[in-house]
Design a protein around this ligand. Structure first.
Ligand SMILES: [Zn+2]
Length: 321
């Protein structure tokens, strides 16, 4: 039953995350281009470390019944309207984070490289803008294996974008997607997601792929936190230096204007919506209680700030751009 439920959710997520052209062709004619930040990088000191949000772009998707799977479209639109946001479409940004600790540079999630729609693939330019080259990245850390998080590991030609990086992955996430029998048994709509994992992560050298247990330390000052539900091994990261903390919360929500405000709503990409909801409230309660600075992959740029309790949910307060 668990696998069946995961398949159903992932079929949608896989199709939507990997068939970028359909997302793009739907969105382009009617609603124009997504808003991209004029400056797509933002630095923050964390003790002896530095954190940099690096925007990879965004897509504008028409808002239909399918996006929130357990609320009527009229309620979804009303929540957007109450925040003076457009109600016909959603801009979904993609923002990997870079942590610099001495000579170690950790890139958390990768975006698309040149594999996505034309309003994505901005990470390389933003990395250059902070004075770094792809060869300077010695570690890539993945929160989960959806296409928008892993496709940027390799360019369209199949070359590694970060050839000097070890790739750290949650072992539960890796075990789910790398299982050939599970791929064979998956419905056709989900096969693409499995093949995407093999394209991005297959053929990594033996010492280049590093698996860790969610909950374990990934490196000095970086601790992983299991937050399963969005995917079977979806994992967050807490960074600590000199008494300061930062949480990279990945896809604990999609856009916070919907799923922080209404944390019991489920985005169609949540593979196990019930488990994702429990993880979301647990993580957000922790962020509120500890007043911790947090960054999210689909948060509006600069994509990090604090989370405050608001009504039955939470409100994301971004730092100034
Ligand atoms: Zn995502």
């Amino acid at each position: 039953m668990l696998d069946r439920r995961l398949f159903l959710g992932a079929g949608i997520a896989g199709a939507s995350a990997l068939t970028f052209s359909s997302v793009w062709s739907q969105s382009a004619p009617n609603f124009g281009l997504p808003d991209l930040p004029a400056v797509g990088h933002k630095r923050m000191k964390l003790g002896k470390m530095e954190i940099i949000a690096l925007n990879d772009g965004a897509v504008r998707r028409p808002l239909g019944e399918e996006f929130v799977t357990n609320a009527p479209l009229e309620q979804v639109k009303a929540l957007l309207a109450s925040q003076n946001l457009p109600t016909d479409y959603i801009d979904v940004p993609y923002t990997p984070f870079l942590l610099i600790n001495g000579d170690q540079r950790y890139l958390f999630d990768t975006g698309f490289a040149d594999n996505g729609p034309p309003t994505t693939g901005k990470l390389a330019a933003n990395l250059a803008a902070v004075g770094l080259k792809p060869t300077d990245i010695n570690n890539v850390v993945l929160s989960h294996f959806h296409g928008d998080h892993i496709n940027g590991l390799r360019n369209k030609a199949g070359q590694l974008v970060y050839p000097n990086a070890r790739v750290h992955v949650p072992s539960a996430e890796h075990a789910f997607w790398i299982d050939d029998a599970r791929m064979e048994a998956a419905p056709p709509a989900m096969k693409g997601a499995f093949m995407g994992v093999r394209r991005a992560l297959g053929n990594l050298g033996g010492d280049q792929l590093v698996k860790f247990e969610s909950g374990a330390a990934v490196a000095p000052g970086i601790t992983s936190v299991a937050a399963f539900g969005h995917t079977p091994g979806h994992t967050l990261f807490r960074m600590d230096s000199e008494g300061q903390s930062f949480a990279y919360v990945a896809d604990i929500t999609n856009v916070p204007s919907l799923f922080a405000r209404a944390p019991d709503w489920s985005v169609l990409f949540d593979m196990n919506p019930a488990m994702a909801r429990v993880s979301r409230r647990r993580v957000f309660d922790m962020l509120v209680k500890d007043k911790m600075m947090a960054g999210g992959f689909h948060f509006p740029f600069p994509a990090f700030g604090t989370m405050e309790a608001s009504g039955n949910g939470y409100q994301f307060k971004p730092v100034a751009a």
